[in-house]
Design a protein around this ligand. Structure first.
Ligand code: TYD
Length: 139
């Protein structure tokens, strides 16, 4: 699975719509390119908050805007791009070694993340220069 940017791509989930509303589902082993080890979600996010500001050594994630919208800025150390997430059935896959920043949350936005590994602080790069050094060593 590759996308235009390689290190990120949109993942489309099914949407079942009828007059009672919309339903979207996620099946491990079908829609998600890794085994889901963790689910977490962000909520009660102030509209002027900035989240993220880190990259991961091994973790892969898919970020879904379950409600409302927000911006994700991503950067693999060479290429930067940004995505406005606002459709609950479209998630952004983010590979390892991608610096990400999130902002412009709408009032009441809810962000759900599917993750390939449990929470491990040792997997984080929280310093941008250390992230860049690690990326350049790999290429
Ligand atoms: P962090 O990943 O920095 O949040 P964000 O990228 O959304 O800004 O995590 C914020 C805090 O929450 C940090 O102290 C670690 C903790 N945390 C967990 O304990 N478990 C988790 O699964 C996650 C994602 C974070």
């Amino acid at each position: 699975m590759t996308g235009a940017k390689g290190f990120v791509r949109m993942i489309d989930l099914p949407r079942v719509s009828d007059p009672r509303g919309d339903l979207t589902f996620v099946e491990g082993g079908n829609h998600i390119p890794f085994d889901i080890a963790r689910v977490y979600y962000l909520y009660n996010v102030p509209v002027d908050a900035e989240r993220g500001g880190h990259a991961h050594r091994e973790l892969e994630q898919i970020v879904f805007p379950l409600s409302g919208s927000f911006r994700m800025k991503v950067n693999d150390g060479e290429t930067k791009s940004e995505y406005w997430l606002r459709d609950p059935c479209k998630g952004l896959y983010i590979s390892k070694l991608v610096w990400r920043e999130m902002d412009s949350f709408s009032q009441g936005a809810v962000c759900m993340v599917l993750a390939s590994r449990p929470y491990e602080e040792a997997d984080y790069f929280r310093n941008y220069n250390k992230f860049l050094t690690a990326v350049r060593k790999k290429s």
